[in-house]
Design a protein around this ligand. Structure first.
Ligand code: C5P
Length: 479
């Protein structure tokens, strides 16, 4: 009977066999047997698939190695007492629909058996660099590449030293040296080993090499009366880190765009202790700032006095009055998109008292009001530095759409987000909002050309996400 040497087959056939065997969890040799058996039983030969070569070596993480679209991990289990936690890690990864192929170092097999790893992963377990069953077609290369991520848990001091030095004298280190996928280490060792200068150097080197790490954490050691940093992170934490690394990169539709947002009320001083204000909470403007930041925009938020924390990654400028707000908005230009969500006081007190006003026999002090600058209108009408997309808000208690349409025309902005702020609806200060987005293209058109898109009731975060998605679409269309 003739024998077949897989190494001597065409590259396309070898690629096809590797892909198919990885998908089916079989060795290439077993896969060939299955194909031949299927063929003898009358199944068509798999010629069509041979024309499409296997995936390129450099895949983005989001593009799954597994043909079923399921993420897959090669889990290298090092030799340490924490190896028992890796059995739970397999379960946690499987729960998250992640395929796991385990590699056990020689030392790991002193703590856990290949049989338990295989039973939990439902896959063959790999232990030997020179295993004739997998190495005839360079199995360590496949284990390094036919996955989305390589996890080493526990990552012992020895394994990390080998990695840092580029050794490849056993299956685990050979996989790590041949890897073109991200690598996550979950170190576990005695605290003295973790703090040893050699380990510190290796950790630093591995971090510089772009290796991800989780833990170790502090706690009791397996050794009696020893505690300190060196415990392997819990399986659930490692699984969460795996999911984080495997998550497709977030879209960045507003990358490189400057977004300027106003939010909150303004306070207009009557005297040093009293002011005119309104009920705006600033929640909607802050939510828009967070959503724009999540879309990778460079966001500046100019906010009146509110009780909200700065959204992470956003430049927040806190102001009091409408005039402060206008100055800070003008100073923050240029911007690609400006969103005026602030409830700016229309009037301020003309004769602001320098001292606290006193009750007098003459009766109430007369408060003269003067109009505040309209920030939205001022910025919309700028000649040189007008942002290409200017969005205003219209908070109304009656004739919402008609008033909002008139406002677009009067203020000269491009879009208006109109919402009904009648007290019965609880929008002011509340967490939900029902909005209508009014849009117009170009400046010389009448109110009848304004499009109105009415959205269902949503949380203010959802409104923000939706609005930012619309902005991103428009920016993309216009670029
Ligand atoms: O005229 P009204 O206050 O209803 O207009 C609301 C819109 O105008 C909002 O976008 C608000 O931020 C903006 N505005 C402003 N400056 C003002 C008054 C309102 O930017 N002084």
């Amino acid at each position: 009977m003739a024998s077949l040497t897989i190494r001597k087959l065409d590259d396309a056939i070898k690629s096809y066999l590797r892909l198919r065997s990885a998908q089916n969890g079989r060795s290439v040799e077993e896969e060939v047997r299955v194909i031949l058996r299927e063929y003898c039983e009358g199944s068509p030969a798999p010629t069509a698939s041979l024309t499409s070569p296997s995936a390129p070596a450099e895949r983005p993480v989001a593009e799954r190695a597994n043909a079923a679209g399921q993420a897959s991990v090669t889990l290298i289990i090092g030799g340490g007492i924490a190896a028992f936690k890796s059995m739970e890690l397999i379960r946690r990864l499987k729960e998250r629909h992640i395929d796991v192929r385990c590699v056990l170092t020689k030392a790991a097999q002193q703590f856990v058996t290949p049989l338990s790893a295989s039973a939990l992963s439902h896959e063959r377990v790999y232990t030997d660099l020179f295993d004739p069953g997998s190495e005839f077609d360079a199995g360590h290369i496949r284990l390094a590449r036919e996955c989305d991520l390589i996890v080493v848990a526990p990552a012992t001091a020895d394994l990390m030293a080998k990695m840092a030095q580029g050794h490849a004298d056993d299956l685990a280190s050979a996989i790590l040296l041949a890897a073109d996928r991200p690598i996550l280490l979950a170190p576990a060792m005695n605290p003295l080993m973790w703090n040893n200068a050699a380990t510190r150097r290796n950790v630093m080197q591995l971090r510089r090499d772009g290796i991800h790490m989780i833990g170790p954490s502090a706690g009791e050691m397996a050794e009696a009366n020893e505690a300190g940093i060196g415990r392997m992170s819990e399986a659930i934490e490692i699984a969460a880190a795996v999911v984080d690394i495997l998550r497709p990169p977030r879209p960045r539709p507003l990358a490189g765009k400057r977004v300027l947002i106003t939010a909150g009320p303004t306070h207009e001083a009557i005297d040093p202790v009293r002011y005119i204000a309104n009920r705006s909470s600033g929640k909607q403007g802050f939510a828009i700032a967070a959503a724009a930041q999540a879309a990778a925009a460079d966001v500046t938020l100019v906010s009146g006095p509110v009780e909200l924390r700065d959204p992470p990654g956003v430049t927040v400028i806190r102001v009091e009055s409408a005039r402060d707000m206008l100055h800070r908005v003008e100073a923050a230009l240029p911007a690609d998109i400006a969103i005026f969500a602030a409830a700016v006081a229309d009037w301020r007190v003309a004769n602001e008292g320098e001292q606290k006003l006193k009750k007098t026999a003459a009766g109430m002090p007369p408060l003269q009001l003067v109009e505040n600058p309209d920030i939205l209108a001022t910025i919309s009408k700028l000649k040189d530095r007008r942002p290409p997309l200017v969005i205003g808000f219209a908070a109304e208690t009656e004739h919402l759409i008609d008033n909002a349409k008139a406002k677009i025309a009067r203020k000269g902005c491009d879009w208006i987000v109109a919402n009904d702020v009648s007290p019965a609806l609880g929008v002011m200060g509340g967490d939900r909002n029902t909005v209508h987005l009014l849009t117009r293209d170009g400046t010389d058109i009448g109110v009848d050309d304004i499009k109105v898109d009415s959205w269902p009731v949503m949380t203010k975060e959802q409104v923000a996400t939706e609005l930012v998605a619309k902005i991103a679409k428009t920016v993309e269309k216009n670029s």
